[in-house]
Design a protein around this ligand. Sequence first.
Ligand code: ADP
Ligand code: MG
Length: 414
Amino acid sequence: MNEIVRVEQAVKKYHRGAEEVRAVDGVTLEIPQGDFLAVVGRSGSGKTTLLNLMGCVDRPSSGAVTVHGLETGQLSERALATIRSTTIGFVFQHFFLMPTLTAVENVMVPGRFCAKRNGDLRSRAMELLDMVDLGDRANHLPHELSGGEMQRVALARALINEPAILLADEPTGNLDTKSAGQIAAIFEELNRGGLTIVVVTHSAELTGNAARIIHLSDGKIVDEQRLRPLPVSERVQAGEPDEKAAVPEYMPSSRKKRRWGSPAVATLMVLLGAWISASAFLPFIGKFSGYQLVDRGLLSVRFYKENNLTRVYTGEAAVILTGLWPLVLGLLLVAAAVLFLLNFQRISRWSAIVIGSSCALISGINVYMIGNRLGPNVSVEYGVWILFAAGITTLVLGVLLVLAKGVRNKKEPG
Ligand code: ADP
Ligand code: MG
């Protein structure tokens, strides 16, 4: 099915005292997939009312409005609410952002009604803010944003649930020319990506980008102009499968923008990883506590003190526990840092805690093993304690990463 909304002989009556107003008066209209329809007309001509009918905000007094094959007049309030939140994106002249929520939190709001997980939702909201070029304003409150920026936040919010159609009621009505131009450019890009758009507007930029324009007067369509053919419907006619056209293509393009993890956190992880790797060998190099490593073969570790052989450790277990594990874990931490930087958010978060706790555990075992073997009369190597501290630090870092859910999203891109 190549059609998102169908309006058939729709009438919407309002009563003002004894007077009956036909805000929409017998409109018949089809919105195919990929359409970009501009609705124009004088104030009071019924544009908002028509948009509300298409957006399942209102039901027609008579006639029918069908969204995705479902007739709104037949549906319960609850079903209408579901269609509104899953299928339709709304943008209004006055933005209607929540003043106490940041930009990214505002964008996330409709997603709360769509059972998406918090982490996904936040990163999705960030992608959309990037798409509207506001990635660096994510943590600002609405009052810290210009009108144009607020409207772009509202636009990102309208797209959070990947709607099939975007309905905008005079989205540039409150904006200066430059901001209006930016909004118009984003609309055009979204439509080129396959998003179906209906916009009520007086702005020449928006009507200029539209595929067609309808003029309303007293609730009736009095004129209709086609400006260009619909790219998506052409594709569908050319034999491409319908489902493909139904996938909101504007989404992947927004996802192509890579967001980077915080370089500071990544650097810290690399340094820690490198230190843990290096510290794996600390007990065996240098002259900690007067000990000197002479041989560290796979099967024996010999310690000398003042040229006297004091200890010989044999067995792979000693070597593996005191050296190879921290090395591997340190390298893993470096790998995790790279993933973190590349923004594989969940992997990096969990790898951080797994690696961190493993390091602490292995370090603890090391301390125990070496301390045990050296005996109560000899102090434990400094290097071992450093290794232990590094492990604990990594553990703390891992826990902090997990607690600071999506730490990179709270950071503004560097
Ligand atoms: P537009 O958006 O083109 O300015 P509207 O759709 O808001 O026009 O309004 C069309 C007509 O319907 C106007 O005459 C308006 O006064 C009337 N109207 C709209 N909403 C209501 C309402 N809730 N109650 C009564 N009259 C309404
Ligand atoms: Mg209006």
